[in-house]
Design a protein around this ligand. Structure first.
Ligand code: LLP
Length: 400
């Protein structure tokens, strides 16, 4: 891909997504589960651009949403309601109501209190809400603590006994219909064993529930499949699917899988332009026009993203790549071996397709970057760069 040409055409900072790669990633995970009925419910939070969602809708994907806003995005992009699930540890009443009205596939419940609330709302609407319970299997996923979710010390899901109580209550309620069971132990998982262990634990519960006539149709294994940012050993989709399927023999539940990062992560790059270099004593800084407000992962998680200077190589020395925001945490890389740069050079920050643009903000009154899709060799704008006027629109009329 000609990053210099794209940067010239659309300006920087810029997100660029390879739509063919996204399609390939989706197909890889879909076919890994081909031995069974499956729904790949893409985790919209990873990259919620409408054109990305439209691409996935056309491939047959469903959507895993964590706000009613995401549900509405998915619908707008053409993902049908019967392929949409609504997860999240805290849902507002109005979100629950709208999700029930829109007749989505199911709501993932994360507490007893939430199941009662959903029951009340469904009763008020004269409906029966399809639900699934997120079980916290209390397993260490061995990933970054901020994105680890399957330990009882985390705020997510309910323990097995609580899950059972919720299912029993739902079974006897005219307003709740338990149809699924769910777990998600963390993100950027690179170790198969914890997934298998969690799946086995939750499968056992699903089987026990089926024995008492609670008809669990969907086995929702969450997302979390890791990608290679640097040199991580990643899990092959086939092995991932086999690990899960091996715990499900004797059942015919439909697999629901909620990958986000795996589908879009390596299909996106963030392009930013060198403003200048400077040295403070021995330290070399490459100052670029992108910042932590555009791509937060390095600042927030100390995440590693590979970096390349488009069209340059050789004579490398260590440098920090930093943005213009007035925080020391505003960096893309530290002590990275990079060739000499000149103003105007394009810095390519790799693996930025997931949790990149979606976590951006207007901090320092910086307009959010544009987003571009490249599909079968053609590039096109899929989100316009924000303007100053757009940023202030919601406040300027209150000026007195
Ligand atoms: N399902 C549930 C219930 C989740 O909580 C998540 C991610 C996913 C699916 C999708 O996980 P994935 O397949 O993308 O790993 N901002 C962080 C990641 C936060 C992930 C939160 N939950 C980052 O930049 O690494």
């Amino acid at each position: 891909m000609d990053y210099q040409a794209l940067a010239k055409k659309y300006d920087t900072p810029l997100y660029v997504y390879d739509f063919d790669q996204i399609a390939q990633n989706y197909n890889a995970i879909k076919s890994a589960f081909k031995a069974r009925k499956s729904l790949i419910a893409y985790a919209v939070k990873a990259n919620s651009n409408l054109s990305v969602l439209r691409l996935l809708a056309n491939l047959g994907a469903g959507a895993d949403c964590v706000s009613i806003g995401e549900v509405k995005r998915a619908l707008l992009a053409g993902i049908p309601n019967y392929k949409i699930i609504f997860s999240g540890v805290g849902k507002r009443d109005d979100e629950i109501e709208e999700a029930i009205q829109k007749d989505i596939l199911f709501l993932n419940i994360e507490s007893e209190a939430e199941s009662e609330r959903i029951e009340e709302i469904a009763a008020k609407l004269g409906k029966r809400a399809r639900i699934s319970v997120r079980v916290n299997p209390d397993i260490d996923p061995k990933t970054h603590p901020y994105i680890s979710t399957g330990l009882s010390a985390n705020k997510f899901g309910v323990d097995i006994d609580t899950a059972k109580r919720i299912y029993l209550r739902a079974k006897n309620s005219p307003h709740l219909e338990p149809v699924g069971i769910h777990f998600h132990i963390g993100s950027q998982l690179t170790d198969l064993e914890p997934i298998k262990e969690a799946s086995a634990k939750v499968a056992e519960l699903a089987k026990a529930l089926q024995k008492i006539d609670i008809d669990i149709k969907f086995f929702d294994v969450g997302g979390g499949l890791g990608i290679r940012y640097k040199d991580e050993e990643t899990i092959e989709p086939y092995d991932y699917a086999q690990a899960i399927l091996s715990t499900l023999s004797g059942t015919d539940m439909t697999i629901v899988c909620e990958p986000g990062r795996f589908i879009v992560g390596n299909a996106g790059v963030f392009l930013t332009r060198v403003l200048y270099e400077k040295r403070n004593k021995d330290k070399r800084f490459i100052i670029v026009d992108g910042a932590m407000n555009d791509l937060l992962r390095p600042s927030l998680y100390n995440a590693y993203h590979e970096i390349e200077i488009a069209g340059k190589s050789g004579d490398e020395s260590k440098a920090d790549v930093v943005g213009p925001v007035c925080e020391s945490g505003d960096f893309f890389a530290k002590e990275r071996l990079l060739p000499p740069t000149e103003p105007g050079d394009i810095v390519v920050v790799k693996s930025a397709g997931a949790y990149g643009f979606v976590m951006s903000s207007n901090y320092n009154t910086r307009p959010r970057p544009a987003e571009v899709a490249v599909e079968r060799g053609e590039d096109r704008l899929i989100r316009e760069r924000e303007s100053f006027e757009y940023i202030i629109e919601k406040e300027v009329r209150f000026l007195v």
